[in-house]
Design a protein around this ligand. Structure first.
Ligand code: ASP
Length: 302
């Protein structure tokens, strides 16, 4: 049995590409990387790779990560400039070194040494990204996170994002942080997150989700518990949670998703399906829990 799940409707192209590989016996790691490449190269996706949101200085600074569920090896890069595929740098770090995370210039230098193709910053920045930056419109952010199980039973997870529009230079979100933005252990399960990284990090969402599956919860129970607990824990400590959303998969390839805000979508495909399904989740919280619900993107009152 193979299976693939990824965050947001725009990731259906990633699910298609990943499924092509998995169908023909390909490895989970190659499937998540291949899927993420599609989204990183797509200038229409405003939050990942080419065309992503810019930092306060008007630079495109990308975060990405991979984790191999067979070995628990991981690679992550933060605030990388001048590369369309930060996920390739993360994978090279995992495959070729004993390190887990590289940031900024160190990551860029390592990528050059590995022969990963560079792009001029201007070629990676779209007119829409410039406009969003000039207007500093809202706080745009999203991430592609993808989890795959292959027919050999191996699991892998990867993430890629430009982080938050107008973020401070050097800001790192949850997406390249193991246990927060992503986690996978073959034979147990995988999880990855999207939303306001600062909230996802302080509640270590992805590791919690995989731990709950390890303790016997179904993907649906685990991911719902994690999002609800993260939200309620932040509230209990006097905070105002922003958007938190996760997708997860267990070792049987069963998938689930949960969010605390409206308009969270994900793509999903497994053996026996012809094309990915794109589904939207309802928030796990309701007014009875003391949350003020607001229609639309904002989700809950902050
Ligand atoms: N989690 C990402 C970050 O904080 C953005 C997102 O997924 O919405 O950088």
């Amino acid at each position: 049995m193979w299976s693939f799940i990824s965050t947001w409707a725009f990731s259906s192209q990633a699910a298609e590409a990943g499924a092509e590989l998995l169908k023909s016996g390909g490895r989970a790691m190659d499937a998540v990387i291949e899927g993420i490449h599609r989204v990183e190269s797509n200038p229409e996706v405003d939050c990942v790779g080419r065309g992503g949101f810019l930092n306060e200085k008007g630079e495109l600074a990308l975060d990405a990560a991979v984790m191999d569920g067979d070995t628990l090896k991981t690679g992550a890069v933060c605030a990388v400039r001048g590369f369309e595929h930060p996920v390739d740098i993360a994978r090279a770090l995992m495959d070729k070194t004993r390190h887990n995370i590289l940031v900024g210039e160190g990551a860029e230098e390592f990528a050059r040494k590995m022969g990963i193709p560079e792009s001029a910053m201007e070629d990676l920045i779209t007119e829409t990204a410039r406009e969003n930056w000039r207007k500093a419109a809202g706080i745009g952010h999203d991430t592609i996170g993808a989890i795959a199980l292959d027919e050999h039973g191996s699991m892998a997870v990867a993430t890629s994002t430009s982080g938050a529009n107008m973020k401070l230079c050097g800001r790192v979100g949850d997406s390249p942080i193991i246990g927060s933005g992503f986690y996978a252990e073959s034979g147990v399960g995988g999880a990855c997150a999207t939303g306001w990284g600062e909230d996802i990090m302080r509640t270590c969402c992805s590791f919690r989700c995989v731990s709950l599956m390890a303790a016997g919860m179904s993907p649906e129970e685990a991911v719902t518990t994690v999002v609800r607990t993260a939200h309620e824990t932040i509230v209990r400590h006097g905070g105002k949670p922003d958007c938190i959303a996760l997708v997860c998969m267990n070792a049987k390839g069963e998938c689930a998703a949960a969010c605390n805000h409206r308009e969270f979508s994900y793509a999903y495909i497994k053996e026996g399906m012809d094309a990915p399904l794109v589904l939207e989740k309802e928030p796990v919280l309701d007014k009875d829990a003391g949350n003020t619900f607001i229609d639309g993107v904002a989700g809950y009152e902050r």
